[in-house]
Design a protein around this ligand. Structure first.
Ligand code: AKG
Ligand code: FE2
Length: 333
Protein backbone atom coordinates (compact mmCIF):
# COMPACT_ATOMS: atom_id res chain seq x y z
CA UNK A 1 0.00 0.00 0.00
CA UNK A 2 1.26 3.48 -0.78
CA UNK A 3 0.10 6.56 1.02
CA UNK A 4 0.39 9.84 -0.85
CA UNK A 5 0.24 13.49 0.00
CA UNK A 6 -1.75 13.25 3.23
CA UNK A 7 1.33 12.45 5.25
CA UNK A 8 4.80 13.92 4.95
CA UNK A 9 7.99 13.82 6.98
CA UNK A 10 8.88 17.00 8.91
CA UNK A 11 10.43 19.88 6.96
CA UNK A 12 12.98 21.77 9.05
CA UNK A 13 14.28 25.07 7.72
CA UNK A 14 17.94 26.06 8.15
CA UNK A 15 17.74 29.74 7.17
CA UNK A 16 20.89 31.12 5.57
CA UNK A 17 22.61 33.65 7.80
CA UNK A 18 20.19 33.05 10.68
CA UNK A 19 21.60 33.07 14.24
CA UNK A 20 19.73 29.77 14.69
CA UNK A 21 22.68 28.16 12.94
CA UNK A 22 25.15 29.54 15.53
CA UNK A 23 25.90 26.74 17.95
CA UNK A 24 24.70 27.51 21.46
CA UNK A 25 21.96 30.06 20.67
CA UNK A 26 18.37 29.50 21.73
CA UNK A 27 17.35 29.05 18.09
CA UNK A 28 20.09 26.44 17.67
CA UNK A 29 18.68 24.36 20.52
CA UNK A 30 15.17 24.63 19.06
CA UNK A 31 16.48 23.22 15.80
CA UNK A 32 18.38 20.49 17.70
CA UNK A 33 15.10 19.41 19.30
CA UNK A 34 13.29 19.26 15.95
CA UNK A 35 16.12 17.30 14.34
CA UNK A 36 16.21 14.79 17.19
CA UNK A 37 12.42 14.33 17.21
CA UNK A 38 12.35 13.77 13.45
CA UNK A 39 15.22 11.26 13.56
CA UNK A 40 13.66 9.38 16.46
CA UNK A 41 10.13 9.30 15.03
CA UNK A 42 10.70 8.99 11.28
CA UNK A 43 14.41 8.27 10.83
CA UNK A 44 14.60 11.12 8.33
CA UNK A 45 13.51 14.68 7.64
CA UNK A 46 13.48 17.27 4.91
CA UNK A 47 15.94 20.05 5.46
CA UNK A 48 15.08 23.25 3.64
CA UNK A 49 18.48 24.72 2.89
CA UNK A 50 18.69 27.60 0.44
CA UNK A 51 22.44 28.03 0.98
CA UNK A 52 22.96 25.40 -1.71
CA UNK A 53 21.71 27.39 -4.67
CA UNK A 54 19.28 26.44 -7.38
CA UNK A 55 22.05 27.24 -9.86
CA UNK A 56 24.52 24.69 -8.54
CA UNK A 57 21.79 22.06 -8.24
CA UNK A 58 20.83 22.61 -11.90
CA UNK A 59 24.47 22.55 -13.03
CA UNK A 60 25.11 19.34 -11.08
CA UNK A 61 22.20 17.52 -12.69
CA UNK A 62 23.10 18.81 -16.16
CA UNK A 63 26.56 17.28 -15.68
CA UNK A 64 25.17 14.04 -14.30
CA UNK A 65 22.97 13.70 -17.37
CA UNK A 66 26.02 14.30 -19.57
CA UNK A 67 27.94 11.58 -17.68
CA UNK A 68 25.13 9.07 -18.05
CA UNK A 69 24.31 9.85 -21.70
CA UNK A 70 27.70 10.53 -23.25
CA UNK A 71 30.32 8.38 -21.53
CA UNK A 72 30.64 4.88 -23.04
CA UNK A 73 29.94 1.88 -20.81
CA UNK A 74 33.58 0.63 -20.90
CA UNK A 75 34.66 3.88 -19.25
CA UNK A 76 31.82 3.92 -16.74
CA UNK A 77 32.90 0.44 -15.67
CA UNK A 78 36.31 1.82 -14.69
CA UNK A 79 34.59 3.41 -11.68
CA UNK A 80 35.57 0.61 -9.29
CA UNK A 81 36.42 0.59 -5.61
CA UNK A 82 36.92 -2.42 -3.31
CA UNK A 83 34.58 -0.89 -0.72
CA UNK A 84 30.95 -1.97 -1.09
CA UNK A 85 28.54 0.54 -2.65
CA UNK A 86 31.41 2.74 -3.85
CA UNK A 87 31.50 1.61 -7.53
CA UNK A 88 29.53 1.88 -10.75
CA UNK A 89 26.38 -0.23 -11.09
CA UNK A 90 24.72 -0.47 -14.47
CA UNK A 91 21.16 -1.59 -15.03
CA UNK A 92 20.84 -5.33 -14.27
CA UNK A 93 18.10 -7.94 -14.03
CA UNK A 94 17.27 -7.17 -10.37
CA UNK A 95 17.34 -3.43 -10.89
CA UNK A 96 16.75 -2.68 -14.53
CA UNK A 97 16.06 1.05 -14.16
CA UNK A 98 19.01 1.97 -11.91
CA UNK A 99 22.42 3.30 -12.88
CA UNK A 100 24.79 4.71 -10.24
CA UNK A 101 28.36 5.96 -9.82
CA UNK A 102 30.43 6.39 -6.66
CA UNK A 103 33.21 8.81 -5.70
CA UNK A 104 34.89 8.13 -2.36
CA UNK A 105 36.09 11.14 -0.35
CA UNK A 106 34.42 13.47 -2.84
CA UNK A 107 34.93 16.66 -0.82
CA UNK A 108 38.58 16.23 -1.75
CA UNK A 109 39.13 17.73 -5.22
CA UNK A 110 41.72 15.10 -6.18
CA UNK A 111 39.17 12.29 -5.76
CA UNK A 112 36.70 13.93 -8.11
CA UNK A 113 39.49 14.65 -10.57
CA UNK A 114 40.66 11.00 -10.57
CA UNK A 115 37.08 9.93 -11.31
CA UNK A 116 36.67 12.47 -14.12
CA UNK A 117 39.97 11.44 -15.69
CA UNK A 118 38.64 7.91 -16.04
CA UNK A 119 35.45 9.18 -17.69
CA UNK A 120 36.69 11.94 -20.03
CA UNK A 121 39.98 12.32 -21.94
CA UNK A 122 40.28 15.98 -20.85
CA UNK A 123 39.33 15.25 -17.22
CA UNK A 124 36.38 17.68 -17.49
CA UNK A 125 37.48 20.45 -15.08
CA UNK A 126 33.96 21.98 -15.00
CA UNK A 127 32.53 18.66 -13.82
CA UNK A 128 35.23 18.44 -11.12
CA UNK A 129 34.67 21.96 -9.84
CA UNK A 130 30.90 21.69 -9.76
CA UNK A 131 30.70 18.25 -8.11
CA UNK A 132 33.39 19.09 -5.60
CA UNK A 133 31.63 22.34 -4.70
CA UNK A 134 28.19 20.80 -4.16
CA UNK A 135 29.68 17.93 -2.14
CA UNK A 136 31.55 20.37 0.10
CA UNK A 137 28.31 22.28 0.65
CA UNK A 138 26.40 19.08 1.42
CA UNK A 139 29.20 18.00 3.77
CA UNK A 140 28.91 21.33 5.59
CA UNK A 141 25.17 20.73 5.95
CA UNK A 142 25.85 17.22 7.23
CA UNK A 143 28.32 18.55 9.82
CA UNK A 144 25.68 20.98 11.10
CA UNK A 145 23.11 18.19 11.43
CA UNK A 146 25.56 15.90 13.25
CA UNK A 147 26.45 18.68 15.70
CA UNK A 148 22.74 19.23 16.29
CA UNK A 149 22.25 15.53 16.99
CA UNK A 150 25.14 15.54 19.47
CA UNK A 151 23.89 18.70 21.18
CA UNK A 152 20.30 17.44 21.23
CA UNK A 153 21.43 14.65 23.55
CA UNK A 154 23.56 16.97 25.68
CA UNK A 155 26.75 15.26 24.53
CA UNK A 156 28.61 18.48 23.66
CA UNK A 157 31.12 17.96 26.42
CA UNK A 158 31.64 14.31 25.65
CA UNK A 159 33.24 15.05 22.35
CA UNK A 160 35.47 11.95 22.36
CA UNK A 161 32.48 9.59 22.45
CA UNK A 162 30.46 11.64 19.99
CA UNK A 163 32.85 12.61 17.23
CA UNK A 164 33.60 10.43 14.30
CA UNK A 165 36.10 10.68 11.47
CA UNK A 166 34.44 10.11 8.16
CA UNK A 167 34.78 10.52 4.45
CA UNK A 168 31.97 11.67 2.21
CA UNK A 169 30.94 9.18 -0.43
CA UNK A 170 29.12 10.79 -3.34
CA UNK A 171 26.71 8.62 -5.29
CA UNK A 172 25.17 9.92 -8.50
CA UNK A 173 22.06 8.10 -9.70
CA UNK A 174 19.81 7.82 -12.70
CA UNK A 175 16.51 5.93 -12.60
CA UNK A 176 15.20 5.27 -16.07
CA UNK A 177 11.54 6.04 -16.74
CA UNK A 178 9.54 2.84 -17.17
CA UNK A 179 7.59 4.69 -19.91
CA UNK A 180 4.25 3.49 -18.71
CA UNK A 181 1.82 4.11 -15.94
CA UNK A 182 3.10 0.87 -14.50
CA UNK A 183 4.70 1.38 -11.13
CA UNK A 184 8.21 -0.14 -11.11
CA UNK A 185 11.04 -0.53 -8.66
CA UNK A 186 14.02 1.79 -9.16
CA UNK A 187 15.90 0.88 -6.00
CA UNK A 188 15.10 -1.97 -3.61
CA UNK A 189 13.90 -1.34 -0.06
CA UNK A 190 16.82 -0.94 2.33
CA UNK A 191 18.20 0.82 5.36
CA UNK A 192 21.43 2.74 4.73
CA UNK A 193 24.69 1.09 5.79
CA UNK A 194 26.74 4.30 6.04
CA UNK A 195 26.15 6.30 9.25
CA UNK A 196 23.80 8.74 7.50
CA UNK A 197 22.92 10.15 4.10
CA UNK A 198 21.75 13.38 2.51
CA UNK A 199 19.73 12.93 -0.67
CA UNK A 200 19.18 15.62 -3.31
CA UNK A 201 16.70 14.84 -6.07
CA UNK A 202 15.99 16.74 -9.26
CA UNK A 203 12.38 17.49 -10.18
CA UNK A 204 11.09 13.94 -10.45
CA UNK A 205 9.83 12.32 -7.23
CA UNK A 206 10.22 8.62 -6.47
CA UNK A 207 11.67 8.26 -2.98
CA UNK A 208 9.43 6.40 -0.53
CA UNK A 209 9.87 5.63 3.15
CA UNK A 210 8.30 2.83 5.16
CA UNK A 211 5.75 4.09 7.65
CA UNK A 212 4.96 2.54 11.01
CA UNK A 213 2.17 0.27 9.84
CA UNK A 214 3.95 -1.20 6.89
CA UNK A 215 2.62 1.27 4.34
CA UNK A 216 4.90 3.16 1.93
CA UNK A 217 4.92 6.95 2.02
CA UNK A 218 5.79 8.75 -1.20
CA UNK A 219 7.84 11.84 -0.42
CA UNK A 220 7.12 15.08 -2.16
CA UNK A 221 10.06 17.40 -1.71
CA UNK A 222 10.48 21.10 -2.36
CA UNK A 223 13.20 22.20 -4.84
CA UNK A 224 15.29 23.72 -2.02
CA UNK A 225 15.08 20.61 0.18
CA UNK A 226 17.39 17.75 0.93
CA UNK A 227 16.48 14.59 2.82
CA UNK A 228 18.62 13.56 5.79
CA UNK A 229 18.41 9.80 6.41
CA UNK A 230 19.55 7.97 9.56
CA UNK A 231 21.67 4.91 8.70
CA UNK A 232 22.12 1.70 10.71
CA UNK A 233 25.35 2.80 12.47
CA UNK A 234 23.78 6.06 13.72
CA UNK A 235 20.79 4.08 14.98
CA UNK A 236 23.16 1.67 16.78
CA UNK A 237 25.27 4.53 18.21
CA UNK A 238 22.10 6.11 19.67
CA UNK A 239 21.18 2.76 21.29
CA UNK A 240 18.13 2.47 19.05
CA UNK A 241 16.74 5.93 19.86
CA UNK A 242 17.13 7.11 16.31
CA UNK A 243 15.41 5.05 13.68
CA UNK A 244 17.16 3.70 10.58
CA UNK A 245 14.29 4.18 8.17
CA UNK A 246 13.63 1.75 5.38
CA UNK A 247 13.31 3.43 1.99
CA UNK A 248 13.15 2.65 -1.72
CA UNK A 249 12.71 4.36 -5.08
CA UNK A 250 9.65 3.64 -7.24
CA UNK A 251 9.21 4.96 -10.77
CA UNK A 252 6.37 5.50 -13.19
CA UNK A 253 5.65 7.74 -16.16
CA UNK A 254 8.02 8.80 -18.93
CA UNK A 255 10.58 11.03 -17.19
CA UNK A 256 13.95 9.77 -15.97
CA UNK A 257 14.81 10.60 -12.38
CA UNK A 258 18.24 11.88 -11.36
CA UNK A 259 19.46 12.15 -7.77
CA UNK A 260 22.71 12.49 -5.86
CA UNK A 261 23.42 11.45 -2.29
CA UNK A 262 26.31 12.12 0.06
CA UNK A 263 26.97 9.39 2.62
CA UNK A 264 28.80 9.66 5.93
CA UNK A 265 31.28 6.78 5.74
CA UNK A 266 33.35 6.35 8.91
CA UNK A 267 37.05 5.85 8.09
CA UNK A 268 38.85 2.50 8.37
CA UNK A 269 39.30 1.47 11.98
CA UNK A 270 36.36 3.56 13.32
CA UNK A 271 34.54 1.71 16.07
CA UNK A 272 30.83 2.42 16.52
CA UNK A 273 30.34 2.59 20.27
CA UNK A 274 27.17 3.60 22.09
CA UNK A 275 28.05 6.34 24.62
CA UNK A 276 27.24 5.39 28.23
CA UNK A 277 24.79 8.31 28.38
CA UNK A 278 22.36 6.34 26.19
CA UNK A 279 22.32 3.35 28.53
CA UNK A 280 20.30 3.00 31.73
CA UNK A 281 17.89 0.53 33.32
CA UNK A 282 15.06 1.37 30.93
CA UNK A 283 17.42 1.42 27.95
CA UNK A 284 19.79 -1.54 28.16
CA UNK A 285 22.71 -1.57 25.76
CA UNK A 286 21.46 -3.05 22.46
CA UNK A 287 24.65 -3.33 20.42
CA UNK A 288 28.19 -4.39 21.06
CA UNK A 289 30.96 -2.07 19.88
CA UNK A 290 31.72 -2.84 16.24
CA UNK A 291 34.12 -1.87 13.50
CA UNK A 292 32.18 0.13 10.91
CA UNK A 293 34.10 -1.21 7.90
CA UNK A 294 33.56 -4.82 9.02
CA UNK A 295 29.83 -4.10 9.16
CA UNK A 296 29.84 -2.52 5.69
CA UNK A 297 31.59 -5.56 4.21
CA UNK A 298 29.29 -7.92 6.12
CA UNK A 299 26.14 -6.24 4.85
CA UNK A 300 27.24 -6.78 1.23
CA UNK A 301 28.45 -10.38 1.81
CA UNK A 302 26.88 -13.62 0.55
CA UNK A 303 25.72 -14.39 4.08
CA UNK A 304 23.87 -11.08 4.39
CA UNK A 305 22.03 -11.59 1.07
CA UNK A 306 19.65 -13.87 2.95
CA UNK A 307 19.02 -11.35 5.72
CA UNK A 308 16.56 -8.53 5.33
CA UNK A 309 18.35 -5.17 5.02
CA UNK A 310 17.05 -3.72 8.29
CA UNK A 311 17.95 -6.92 10.18
CA UNK A 312 21.60 -7.04 9.09
CA UNK A 313 22.81 -4.70 11.83
CA UNK A 314 21.09 -6.85 14.46
CA UNK A 315 22.62 -10.04 13.08
CA UNK A 316 26.01 -8.35 13.03
CA UNK A 317 26.10 -6.46 16.32
CA UNK A 318 23.03 -7.04 18.47
CA UNK A 319 23.63 -8.10 22.07
CA UNK A 320 20.26 -9.85 22.11
CA UNK A 321 18.89 -11.50 18.95
CA UNK A 322 15.29 -11.04 20.10
CA UNK A 323 15.53 -7.28 20.00
CA UNK A 324 15.47 -7.06 16.24
CA UNK A 325 11.89 -8.30 15.92
CA UNK A 326 10.59 -5.76 18.39
CA UNK A 327 12.27 -2.78 16.87
CA UNK A 328 10.97 -2.42 13.39
CA UNK A 329 7.91 -3.27 11.39
CA UNK A 330 8.40 -5.54 8.41
CA UNK A 331 7.17 -4.26 5.09
CA UNK A 332 7.30 -5.79 1.65
CA UNK A 333 9.94 -4.77 -0.84
O1 AKG B 1 18.04 8.11 -5.17
C1 AKG B 1 17.47 8.25 -4.09
O2 AKG B 1 16.61 9.11 -3.92
C2 AKG B 1 17.78 7.34 -2.94
C3 AKG B 1 19.11 6.67 -3.00
C4 AKG B 1 19.38 5.78 -1.82
O3 AKG B 1 18.54 5.55 -0.98
C5 AKG B 1 20.70 5.15 -1.65
O4 AKG B 1 21.52 5.23 -2.58
O5 AKG B 1 20.94 4.55 -0.59
FE1 FE2 C 1 19.43 4.67 0.78
Amino acid sequence: MVVGAEFQIPAIEFRTGSPDLDRGTEGWYQLCKKVREACETYGCFQVVYGKISRKIRDETFGLLKELVDEVPLERKQKNVNPKPYHSYFGPCSQQSLYEGFGIEDASNYDSVESFAQLMWPDGHPYFCETMNTIVKQMEELNNIIWLMIIDSYGLEEKSESATMSYKTLLRMMKYMAPSSEEYRRGLHAHTDKPASAIICEHQIPGLEIAGKDGQWIKLSLSPTSFVFVVGDPLMAWSNGRMKAVKHRVMMNGDKDRYSIATFTVPVEGMIIKTPDEFVDEQHPRLFKDFDFMDFLFFSFSEQAKHIESADQIYTFASLSPLISDQNHAHVDN
